[in-house]
Design a protein around this ligand. Structure first.
Ligand code: 48H
Ligand code: FE2
Length: 252
């Protein structure tokens, strides 16, 4: 067989362009491919919904790659151990109720699970604004290529429609801030100081719809609703992603 460059190029463009056109309308758009967004998108897609995960960076995984201060390990507490099992992430017990896992394995397995569940990934894509029309519901996302944002080029964006959006953009809670700026709500309470135990409980109870059509999960939930930070313990991120998925699946 001969390999033909133009066929290779056509294959890439045609395959992804078809996907992009298909995902101009989706059930759930999860913004941010960190641990909470990965769990959330995997568990919704697993139920058969059309889920797109939009991530501005080249790689999926958010802040989990780096573990704690670049030691590539995460800690997961007893309450979330079942999710490590659920996603086949290996771990060992450090002391009673504290488990350590390798951050690279954790990211890879969550990404593989989301992919297997049918999540479509749109990396290098930044959500720069939201669509909210007369009914006051967030019904779409305004997207652009990340290099356009990074280089400051004046290139107008495109828009896609989604029934539900999940702000899983981490500490910056980018989508919630943008909605608050343009629509006057939700109120952004801001993230608190380091207080792991409190933060880990709060991140799950803060996982909710904060504006019609917009849910927050992961660190964004604590940033919007005023929770503390927890450092490199990741149980709360996994549990928050799961909590968001359960609420959204119930609603769809
Ligand atoms: C597309 C975007 C945009 C945008 C941002 O930070 P993350 O890992 O988020 P979580 O909440 O799943 O996990 C938080 C965890 O990593 C963490 O930081 C913890 C536990 N910290 C505790 C502490 O004390 O510090 O991932 C968010 C993702 C990133 O990959 C961003 O690139 C992406 O969202 N993102 N994607 N469009 N506008 N903004
Ligand atoms: Fe963090």
């Amino acid at each position: 067989m001969t390999l033909e460059e133009i066929t290779i190029s056509r294959a890439i463009i045609s395959d992804h362009m078809e996907t992009l056109l298909d995902y101009m309308e989706m059930d759930v758009a999860v913004v941010g491919g960190g641990p909470s967004g990965l769990v959330c998108s995997a568990l919704i897609a697993e139920k058969g919904y059309k889920v797109g995960l939009i991530e501005k960076k080249l790689s999926i995984g958010g802040g989990m790659w780096g573990g704690g201060m670049m030691f590539p390990r995460i800690v997961v507490q007893e309450e979330a151990r079942r999710l490590l099992d659920r996603f086949h992430i290996n771990y060992s017990e450090f002391s009673s109720g504290y488990y350590t896992a390798r951050s690279i394995e954790a990211v890879s397995k969550l990404t593989a699970a989301a992919s297997d569940a049918g999540v479509e990934f749109f990396n290098l894509t930044t959500v720069e604004d939201v669509m909210v029309k007369g009914d006051g519901v967030l019904s779409g996302l305004v997207i652009n290529w990340q290099p356009v944002e990074a280089t400051g080029l004046h290139v107008d964006p495109l828009t896609l429609a989604c029934k539900i959006t999940v702000d899983a953009t981490g500490h910056d809670a980018v989508i919630s801030h943008q909605v608050a700026k343009k629509c006057g709500k939700p109120e952004i309470k801001g993230e608190g100081t380091m207080w792991a135990e409190n933060a880990e409980t709060a991140v799950v109870s803060h996982t909710k719809e904060v504006f019609p059509g917009l849910y927050v999960c992961g660190m964004a939930a604590n940033a919007v609703l005023g929770g503390h930070r927890m450092g490199p313990v990741f149980g709360g991120m996994l549990l928050s992603g799961e909590a968001a998925a359960l609420q959204i699946v119930n609603r769809l």
